[in-house]
Design a binder for this molecule. Structure first.
Ligand SMILES: Nc1ncnc2c1ncn2[C@@H]1O[C@H](COP(=O)(O)OP(=O)(O)O)[C@@H](O)[C@H]1O
Ligand SMILES: [Mg+2]
Length: 215
């Protein structure tokens, strides 16, 4: 069972949006996905209520209970846990980072988000976690100097995942229905970006142990 935490000490970067869309894309790719919502805003709990289906369970788990809960989920055959976190440093955020095989740090191509990424990266390093960045909400043309500079800054900090994720209405529309972008518009560009992002994440994560795969 692999665990990804979406973390950055900045609201609005796209943690919950990417968490929900990646959860759906991973499920479509055959993973048994479980979301843990550690943000007091409970964004993904609400997303799940609107979704209505129980195919991707979403639970609130306090930081102190995270390890035992993860042990139970692994025994139940969950293959991927996605942890969504608040936009502030907290016990919850730290617990999520400690538990994660990979810390995914979303940032928009602007100075404030990039500074916040640096803070989160520092924490991930202190906790000896593997981390990488996702540049989110880029202007769809992807050509602006601001986006290029943002991508360069994140690459320099170590590990920018491909592709860049564009600002697209599909992300907001999907959220409104409790869906991922690949459910809203399976052949759309947002869906394509999320599928490619999921492939990049899969390549980046440590491989499952053979024993687990066989189980
Ligand atoms: N790629 C995107 N394209 C368009 N809107 C986006 C995208 N990513 C996030 N958003 C919007 O930005 C806002 C903040 O995103 P959210 O996922 O809630 O951020 P966080 O969880 O980091 O606070 C939301 O309104 C969401 O719909
Ligand atoms: Mg959020």
């Amino acid at each position: 069972m692999r665990k990804i935490a979406l973390v950055t000490q900045k609201g609005g970067s796209g943690k919950s949006t990417l968490a929900s869309c990646l959860a759906v894309a991973a499920q479509e790719a055959g993973e048994r996905v479980f979301i843990i919502d550690m943000d007091p805003l409970k964004t993904l709990v609400n997303w799940s209520k609107i979704r209505g289906e129980k195919d991707i369970p979403v639970e609130v788990v306090p930081g102190a209970k995270l390890t035992p809960v993860l042990n139970v989920l692994e025994k139940q055959g969950v293959t991927l846990v996605i942890l969504d976190t608040p936009g502030t440093a907290s016990k919850e955020t730290e617990a999520a980072m400690r538990a994660a095989d990979l810390v995914l740090i979303p940032a928009r191509p602007n100075a404030f988000d990039l500074w916040a990424s640096e803070t989160t990266r520092k924490t991930a390093r202190e906790l000896r976690r593997d981390y990488c960045f996702v540049l989110n909400q880029c202007p769809p043309a992807n050509q602006s100097e601001r986006v290029k500079q943002g991508a360069k800054a994140l690459e320099a900090m170590g590990g920018l995942l491909t592709p860049l994720i564009s600002a697209r209405v599909d992300f907001q529309e999907a959220a409104r229905h409790g869906w991922g972008v690949s459910e809203l518009n399976p052949n759309g560009e947002a869906a394509d970006e999320i599928h490619r992002l999921w492939s990049s994440i899969k390549r980046r994560m440590p491989r499952e142990k053979a024993a687990r795969r066989a189980a």
